[in-house]
Design a protein around this ligand. Structure first.
Ligand SMILES: [Zn+2]
Ligand SMILES: [Zn+2]
Length: 380
């Protein structure tokens, strides 16, 4: 017998506009909630904690679906000086939900019962970087954690600049993909992809899969590169990749160039979504003269790579990188999801109750899951 979680992801039930009535009752009567708290690396607990009290401009959102993310796995194991500042810290950052409370007298753009998605940050629009339009590098990026909980307090800056209504037809677990997809759209924008470009995506975790799909939507010819045959198959079926390269069978960069690019010249754009010094070097070796490499995957701090200065100079290789996302890309991501141009549900391999967030992170870490949807309404 297969459990519901074993079903093919494409058969997952649509969670259309679940009633928010019960939600509101819960929020108005209770003063405590269950929430994940991070104490120190490897020590997280799902425990009773006060429901946050709102300050002006803030929203209280009942989390309907939160998604696991590789960043959360790293934070769980190593901690994070920026994301998890004050310990014990709320935890989790990809979510969509229902507005449970608005600061008194501020009902306007948002009302109790509205279905919303919030980014995990918002820029200040006042600093040097915001003035330059590089809002993802804002000096006062207001980062949010706390999605693995019954309720999350959305800070005023995020409520104002990076929270959006979601259409009734859009399931919460799809809307929650706005954040990882926004990261991908920002990464693709950094690489300036044009229709017809030969693009290689190295690494086919959830981000790599979304990269493949989003690059296809931009009209690129996409080669998906990884070791895991299941991930390669997903890149073909979900991402609609044009070509696949199994790094296990074909580790040599010269062979990959010869086999998969015209005249063996290399790719117009290479996106590295693995995050090791070795694969960064391989990505640079795969690009053509005048091409662009986006060193997207974050390597362990303190690591470094070797660069062939001659090639970098004479071949005019452009190396870019990307961090996080901007409100513009978050909105664009939500639009791609709302218009069903990207349906990311094949990437959800399990649905679990919120209380099992730690098991979910362990499953992702072990490579046994892509994305896990954590729900407060049970798993049906
Ligand atoms: Zn994430
Ligand atoms: Zn700023």
């Amino acid at each position: 017998m297969k459990s519901p979680a074993d079903k093919a992801p494409s058969l997952l039930p649509l969670e259309v506009a679940q009633s928010s009535k019960a939600t509101m009752n819960a929020s108005t009567t209770a003063s405590t909630m269950q929430a994940a708290l991070f104490y120190e690396p490897n020590v997280v607990r799902y425990e009773e904690t006060p429901i946050p009290v709102l300050e002006p401009g803030e929203l209280l959102v009942r989390v309907e679906t939160a998604l696991t993310c590789g960043t959360d796995v790293k934070c769980y194991r190593r901690g994070h000086p920026v994301l998890l500042k004050h310990l014990p810290s709320p935890f989790g950052h990809e979510f969509a939900g229902t507005v449970a409370e608005v600061f008194p007298g501020e009902e306007g753009r948002f009302a109790v019962g509205d279905r919303v998605v919030s980014a995990n940050s918002a820029p200040c629009y006042n600093c040097y970087y915001c003035g330059k339009g590089q809002t993802n590098l804002c000096d006062h990026l207001d980062l949010l954690n706390g999605a693995y909980a019954e309720f999350i307090r959305v800070p005023a800056q995020i409520a104002r600049y990076n929270t959006y209504h979601i259409p009734d037809h859009l399931p919460f677990e799809v809307a929650a993909f706005s954040e990882p997809l926004a990261v991908c759209l920002h990464g693709l924008a950094q690489a300036h992809i044009s229709p017809g470009d030969r693009v290689a995506v190295m690494g086919l975790g959830p981000i790599g899969q979304l990269m493949v799909r989003a690059a296809k939507l931009k009209g690129a010819h996409v080669t998906a590169i990884a070791r895991n045959p299941h991930k390669l198959a997903l890149a073909q079926n979900f991402g609609l990749a044009d070509a696949l390269v199994n790094l296990h069978d074909t580790p040599e960069t010269e062979t990959i160039r010869q086999n998969t690019t015209p005249d063996g010249r290399g790719f117009d754009v290479v996106i590295e979504a693995i995050g090791t010094p070795q694969t960064w070097e391989k990505a640079i070796a795969l690009v053509r003269k005048g091409g662009t490499v986006n060193l997207f995957g974050g390597c362990p701090s303190g690591s470094s790579i070797q660069l062939d200065t001659r090639r970098l100079h004479y071949d005019e290789i452009k190396l870019v990188s990307s961090f996080h996302h901007t409100p513009t890309h978050f909105k664009a991501a939500l639009e791609l999801l709302s218009s069903l141009q990207i349906d990311p549900r094949p990437l959800i391999t399990d649905i679990l109750p919120m209380a099992r967030f730690e098991a979910a992170l362990q499953k992702v870490e072990a490579g046994d899951a892509m994305k896990i949807a954590l729900k407060n309404h049970g798993t049906d």
